[in-house]
Ligand binder design. Structure first.
Ligand code: ATP
Length: 366
C-alpha cells in the first residue's frame, strides 16, 4: 500500500499519557507519532503493558493525552466527547446486552443517535447481511455462540458508519479455530466497508496475517512501523526481531557497503551480504538477524557458511526446529519443512554444516 497516494485518517502527534505522580508515575505512552491512512487495516502490536489500549482509549475519547495532539482527517479531536467522534470500538468482552435480540443489539447505537425507524431497519438488515447473521436476527444474544456474539459486536459498532473502528483484542476470547475464521471475517468486512480499522493484539501471527501495516510497540513507544513483510524480514532492532517470530542473532563485522547492501564477515571468516535499516550507516561490529527458515543443514564441508553440533531437535508438525551449537559458541536454529517420508534425518550430537539462502541477513540498529 503506497502511503503517498493515501490520505491520513488518524494522526498521532507527540502523544504522551502519564498516570500518577512522583515515584509512582507511569509513562503509559511517551511521545508517540503515528499516521494511520484511510481504509487501512492498521495493527498496534506489543507485549502486555506497552500502551496499546491507552492509545485506543485516547483516540476513542475515553481518556485524554497528557500532551500531544490527535487529528482525525486533519481536525484536532480534543474538543469532541466520545459520542461525537466518528469512531467506534469493539471490545474484547463484546459488551453486548444479553436480554436483547441480535437485531436489537445492532440497532442500539443508531437508536441512541435518534435515527428514523426506516433507516434503522435498513441499516440493521445491511449489517446482519455483512456479518452473515440474518438467520439469527431474533435470537437472544445469550443463546448464540462466542463467535456469533463477536459478529454481532462488530455489526453493532459498524452500524452508525464510523470513519474509524477501534478493535481492542477482539478475538482473544475465541478458541484457535474460531479465531482463525474470525480473522478472515474481519479482513473481509474491513475490505467491504472500506472503514479504517485500528486493531490491537499481542499476537504476532495475528498481526502478520491481518494487517496492511503494523506498529510494534514497547514500553510506551513505537519501535517500528511497516508492512508485515518489512517488520518480519527487515526488523530494525533487536526488540522487533525478537518479538516477531523466532530468530537467530549473530555478531559480525561490516566489511564494505554498496548502496543499500553491506557485506559482513561472520566469525567463521565467511562473508555474506546483509541489508540494513534506512538512515543508518553500519560499520565495525554489528548484529545481524537470520530467520530459521532461511537456513538449511548440510554435510560439514568448506562450502558451509556456518558449522556446529546438533544440540536438540523439536518436531513441530509442518516443520522441525533443529538447534545447532555453532563452533563460535552461540545457538543457531534451522527450520526444515517436514515430509511424510519420515523424521528430519539428523540426530543430536551430529556435526553439521549450515548454508543460508541468498540475501537473508538483516543488520540491526545499534
Ligand atoms: P494489555 O495488552 O495488557 O492490555 P496494553 O499494551 O494495552 O496492555 P495499557 O493498558 O495501555 O497496555 O497500559 C500501559 C501502561 O499504563 C501499563 O503499565 C499500565 O499499568 C499503565 N496504566 C494504564 N492505565 C492506567 C491507569 N488508569 N492508571 C495507572 N496506570 C495505568
Amino acid at each position: 500500500m503506497s502511503s503517498t497516494s493515501k490520505k491520513a485518517a488518524i494522526e498521532i502527534r507527540g502523544v504522551s499519557r502519564l498516570y500518577g505522580a512522583g515515584n509512582a508515575q507511569v509513562t503509559a505512552l511517551g511521545g508517540v507519532f503515528l499516521t494511520i491512512q484511510e481504509n487501512e487495516f492498521f495493527t498496534l502490536l506489543g507485549p502486555s503493558g506497552c500502551g496499546k489500549t491507552t492509545l485506543l482509549r485516547l483516540i476513542a475519547g475515553f481518556d485524554f493525552p497528557t500532551s500531544g495532539e490527535i487529528l482525525l482527517h486533519g481536525e484536532d479531536i480534543a474538543p469532541l466527547p466520545p459520542f461525537k467522534r466518528p469512531v467506534n470500538t469493539v471490545f474484547q468482552s463484546y459488551a453486548l446486552f444479553p436480554h436483547m435480540t441480535v437485531a436489537e443489539n445492532i440497532a442500539f447505537g443508531l437508536k441512541m443517535l435518534g435515527r428514523p425507524a426506516d433507516e434503522l431497519r435498513t441499516r440493521v438488515a445491511e449489517m446482519l447481511e455483512l456479518v452473515h447473521m440474518t438467520p439469527m436476527r431474533d435470537r437472544q444474544v445469550s443463546q448464540i455462540s462466542g463467535g456469533q456474539q463477536q459478529r454481532v459486536a462488530l455489526a453493532r459498532a459498524l452500524a452508525p458508519k464510523p470513519k474509524v473502528l477501534l478493535l481492542d483484542e477482539p478475538l482473544s476470547a475465541l478458541d484457535y479455530k474460531l479465531r482463525k475464521e474470525m480473522q478472515i471475517e474481519l479482513k473481509r468486512v474491513q475490505a467491504e466497508t472500506g472503514i479504517t480499522f485500528i486493531f490491537v493484539t499481542h499476537d504476532q501471527e495475528e498481526a502478520l496475517t491481518m494487517s496492511d501495516r503494523i506498529a510494534v510497540m514497547s514500553a510506551g513507544s513505537v519501535r517500528q512501523v511497516g508492512s508485515p513483510w518489512e517488520i518480519y524480514d527487515h526488523p530494525a532492532e533487536r526488540f522487533v526481531a525478537n518479538f516477531i517470530g523466532e530468530t537467530n542473532f549473530l555478531e559480525v563485522e561490516v566489511v564494505s557497503i554498496e548502496g543499500t547492501s553491506a557485506r559482513v564477515r561472520l566469525r567463521s571468516g565467511k562473508e555474506i551480504p546483509a541489508t540494513f535499516p534506512e538512515q543508518t550507516n553500519p560499520n565495525g561490529k554489528v548484529t545481524i538477524v537470520i530467520r530459521p527458515e532461511h537456513a538449511a543443514l548440510m554435510e560439514p564441508s568448506a562450502d558451509a557458511t556456518l558449522s556446529g553440533v546438533v544440540e536438540s531437535i523439536v518436531y513441530l508438525g509442518t516443520d522441525t526446529a533443529i538447534n545447532v551449537r555453532l563452533d563460535g559458541g552461540s545457538l543457531f536454529t534451522v527450520r526444515q519443512q517436514n515430509s511424510r517420508s519420515g523424521p528430519c534425518g539428523y540426530s543430536e550430537g551430529q556435526t553439521v554444516g549450515i548454508k543460508l539462502s541468498d540475501d537473508v541477513a538483516q543488520i540491526l540498529k545499534d
